[in-house]
Design a protein. Structure first.
Length: 121
């Protein structure tokens, strides 16, 4: 049985977690509608989704992959990186901003009490 290199997997998860907060802050800086007019950006027919929620939704969608058996085998034995789903879910679980934006109850699966926080986020 082939084993994944634990430090490489941990690095890929940490990299994903460390990238979310600076990206979220940059998103806020570039979202002129909110900064200038103090109004939230909403999409037509999706008014219930705030711009902050859309940021995280697009983050997840950007990391989506169609995983067939060959891809799963490549991920497991060929890359020594955590699966995309694991990287994304762990990054979101460790994001205070994600928990705040989606109202995740403290101690729930997507808002654990103990988080690994990078960049103060």
């Amino acid at each position: 049985m082939t084993q994944l290199n634990g430090s490489t997997v941990s690095e890929s998860v940490f990299e994903e977690s460390a990238a979310i907060m600076p990206a979220f802050k940059a998103f806020h800086q570039l979202l002129n509608v909110f900064r200038i007019w103090q109004r939230d950006f909403r999409l037509m027919n999706a008014e219930h989704l705030s711009s902050d929620k859309l940021f995280f939704i697009y983050y997840v969608l950007d990391n989506c992959v169609k995983a067939n058996q060959d891809y799963m085998m490549y991920q497991m034995y060929g890359t020594n990186q955590a699966f995309v789903k694991q990287r994304v879910m762990l990054a979101l679980k460790n994001s205070r901003e994600f928990s705040r934006v989606f109202g995740c109850q403290e101690g729930s699966p997507m808002n654990p009490q103990q988080k690994c926080i990078a960049w103060g986020g």
